[in-house]
Design a protein around this ligand. Structure first.
Ligand SMILES: *Cc1c(COP(=O)(O)O)cnc(C)c1O
Length: 360
């Protein structure tokens, strides 16, 4: 892939591969952890209102309204909030601005596959720490010299979450380095570590509007931490792109944050559907990891993840499979509407029944 005109920085880079966004309509899309419910109507209306002649003007470089709304909802000061064009971008800024040190950073062997990509891109040394046999993070494994610790909580693609006691223990054991908690899925039942930022100057928490606010298409992400950490992100932003959030994103994102009623209702529905789907998959013989995210990580004892993915695709259902050590037997399935969950369960029941017929 490399070309002689490319910068040294891209040597050996293997970009992150996002889940497929199919052009074919009518597919049941359970492969990229999008929210199956539409965004807040107030957010859509705010975006429509913002689509006016003012688009000739640059947006507010500080995204002040958006940061204020995030600060208010989380009960923190606006100086403790950073906003960026998606949490992927915020994570990238944190890797460059806070995690590039002589010592390697630590993250789990099974986690969000963007972390090693940022390490490659920015030349950050990293070490992966194995999850235990049940795919749990043992925080005591991170009590060793490091240049930083990065955990997704709930973790992806497992869906397992740490409680705040574990996060606190992790922070106490790592006072000399930044602990980054990626809370892309926190609103589906886990506890946010934002409650701990006052206590720990080394804690940075990232969140996104992509999952629980149904706005993956708008690209809005946040970080919360003490001003010392937030200013590092501001320094990277100011050296990279002064206007990461456009006028529509600031308007829509702010309105989405302020519509708590829509947020509560849709996230409850996702959680209810998750519990329903987990029970149904267990009845079909799947081992289902306990999830506090909007997806389930499942394994069938008799069928490989790749084969199931292909069979489901033929039935117009998309799920995600990772061809990686320890998890190649697994599928990651996004929790959809109840109707989509029923379609998935029906397809799997059908498929497993066919497979179980004796062949002659
Ligand atoms: C989806 C996801 C993100 C990225 O969210 P965006 O704001 O859409 O970039 C970050 N971390 C994890 C673990 C995710 O699953």
């Amino acid at each position: 892939m490399e070309n002689r005109y490319w910068s040294e920085a891209l040597r050996g880079i293997q970009p992150y591969v996002p889940g497929e966004q199919p052009a074919t309509p009518g597919l049941v899309k359970l492969n990229t952890n999008e929210n199956p419910f539409p965004p807040s109507p107030a957010a859509l209306e705010a975006i429509r209102q913002a689509a006016n002649a003012d688009l000739r003007l640059y947006p507010d470089p500080d995204s002040r309204r958006l940061k204020d709304a995030f600060a208010r909802i989380n009960g923190i000061a606006p100086e403790c909030v950073f906003a960026g064009n998606s949490s992927d971008e915020v994570l990238a800024h944190a890797f460059l601005g806070l995690l590039r040190h002589a010592r390697p950073i630590l993250f789990p062997d099974i986690s969000y596959s963007f972390y090693p990509v940022y390490c490659r891109l920015y030349g950050i040394a990293c070490e992966t720490v194995p999850l235990d046999g049940d795919f749990r993070i043992r925080v005591s494994d991170y009590a060793r010299p490091n240049g930083g610790v990065v955990l997704a909580n709930p973790n992806a693609p497992t869906g397992r979450a740490l409680g705040l006691d574990d996060v606190r223990a992790l922070l106490q054991a790592n006072r000399d380095s930044v602990v980054l908690i990626d809370e892309a899925y926190v609103d589906f039942g886990a506890q946010s570590a934002i409650a701990l930022i006052g206590e720990f100057p080394n804690l940075l928490v990232t969140q996104t509007l992509s999952k629980s606010r149904s706005l993956a298409g708008l690209r809005v992400g946040f970080a919360a931490g003490q001003p010392g950490l937030v200013q590092a992100l501001e320094a990277v932003k100011g050296s990279f792109n002064s206007y990461p959030l456009d006028r529509l994103a600031i308007a829509g994102g702010t309105a989405a944050l302020l519509d708590q009623e829509h947020f509560e209702r849709t996230r409850r529905q996702v959680m209810d559907n998750r519990e329903w789907l987990a029970a149904e998959l267990a009845r079909l013989g799947f081992a289902v990891l306990p999830s506090l995210a909007n997806f389930l990580f499942v394994r069938h004892p008799a069928h490989g993840g790749g084969a199931l993915l292909r069979a489901l695709r033929e039935r117009k259902i998309l799920v995600r499979h990772f061809n990686a050590p320890r998890i190649e037997q697994y599928l990651r399935i996004t929790v959809g509407t109840r109707e989509q969950c029923v379609q998935l369960v029906d397809a799997l029941r059908d498929l497993l029944a066919i497979e179980q017929q004796p062949s002659c």
